[in-house]
Design a protein around this ligand. Structure first.
Ligand code: SF4
Length: 367
């Protein structure tokens, strides 16, 4: 276990999730206890004040390469000058359409599911995420539970609630338990989905008490956002095993990021490691062109080629769906495997480029 350079940090403190949160690094001088910052990194951290949020756990800092500024762990957390450049393609407002309640913290967009942000904060602010923007002071801080529950009861077609960013697991156990119980008290809510980055940023958060609460609110799916094999540490693996052993289904979202994970061997290693930990890779996400994130964005054609390349290397179980985040829902993208089709047959291409004829089903009715 890597400990902070401060000799005052004990093993007990290091393994305490609340200590990790309370001691989050929020400026360059604290971060320099862990890594040698470049001039650009220092300048970008300074300029981000008041515009973009910046914080990371000591645990995440301990995973960084102290001298390589291209380290994938570093790049996800430390701003660069590009973050302050404007791209013609970036979009400022990604708020999706649909019904919004409780100051935008509850969104009903798809017919059968709704998204709820239990609180505003993230454990760490990913440099490629629109959520890192400093929020408006008018943003409502507490949830209007009565209004939300009333809406859910009035719309029984909603059967799934997605608890998404800010990080749901930053709530204390009793607050989370209360929130999950409120949602499950609505008869039409069948499943809950927690979208988290805790296994990567704060694996200490997966305590036996938290695991018990999650288990008691099944069916509950745990989707961890993980982008690089170096995030999969002993702590990550142990936390995943604890959840998996409790019968909580585990999935993973991965954001495709330029010069971080946009190479077939890196993604193949990540997805293979996840499968070994009983975490099913769920989606590979083509990111939103959010403000100041153009340096992380890959081309869609490159993403399609990557997925095609992985199709030949990995078991189907380890292969996520490639989707583009439009801000108005995730749209699946597939390489064009259908070369042609008519009423009688399809010409299909497999992962090696070999072409196969598949007969179309002809319906004949007899009475
Ligand atoms: S990607 Fe998730 S964890 Fe990272 S800043 Fe965005 S909402 Fe927070």
């Amino acid at each position: 276990m890597p400990l902070a350079s401060s000799t005052l940090t004990s093993v007990t403190q290091w393994e305490d999730w609340q200590w990790q949160v309370d001691n989050r690094i929020t400026n360059a001088s604290e971060l320099e206890k862990w890594v040698t910052l470049t001039v650009e990194e220092k300048r970008a951290i300074h300029f981000s004040q008041g515009k973009f949020l910046f914080s990371l756990t000591p645990y995440w800092a301990s995973l960084m390469d102290p001298t390589d500024f291209m380290c994938p762990i570093r790049r996800q957390a430390i701003p660069l000058d590009e973050e302050f450049r404007t791209s013609l393609q970036e979009v400022q407002d990604w708020s999706s359409e649909g019904v919004r309640l409780s100051g935008g913290r509850f969104t009903h967009f798809y017919p059968d599911r709704a998204v709820l942000s239990l609180q505003d904060q993230c454990i760490l602010y990913c440099r490629f995420c629109p959520q890192r923007k400093v929020l408006s002071k008018d943003r409502q801080s507490s949830l209007e539970w009565e209004e939300i529950i009333h809406y859910l009861k009035d719309h029984p077609q909603i059967n799934e609630i997605i608890l998404s960013g800010g990080e749901p697991l930053l709530l204390k156990e009793e607050e989370l338990e209360e929130a999950l119980s409120q949602l499950k008290s609505v008869p039409s809510i069948k499943t809950l989905r927690i979208e988290s980055r805790a296994l990567s940023f704060l694996p200490q958060r997966i305590t036996p008490h938290l695991t018990k609460i999650l288990r008691e609110h099944q069916p509950l799916y745990f989707v961890n956002h993980v982008n690089h094999p170096r995030e999969i540490t002993t702590e990550f693996s142990n936390a995943a095993a604890q959840l998996g052993d409790s019968g909580i289904p585990l999935l993973a979202n991965t954001v495709l990021l330029r010069e971080i994970n946009d190479k077939p061997p890196i993604l193949a290693e990540l997805f293979s490691q996840l499968i070994k930990l009983r975490i099913r890779p769920y989606r590979l996400i083509q990111m939103l062109p959010a403000q100041g994130t153009e340096h992380f964005r890959t081309t869609v054609s490159g993403g399609l080629r990557l997925i095609e390349n992985l199709r030949g290397r990995l078991t189907g179980l380890a292969l996520p769906e490639y989707v583009v985040d439009t801000g108005g829902g995730k749209v699946p993208l597939r390489y064009d495997s259908i070369l042609s089709r008519n009423k009688k047959r399809l010409l299909l291409k497999n992962y090696e480029g070999k072409v196969f004829v598949y007969p179309e089903k002809v319906f004949t009715f007899s009475y």
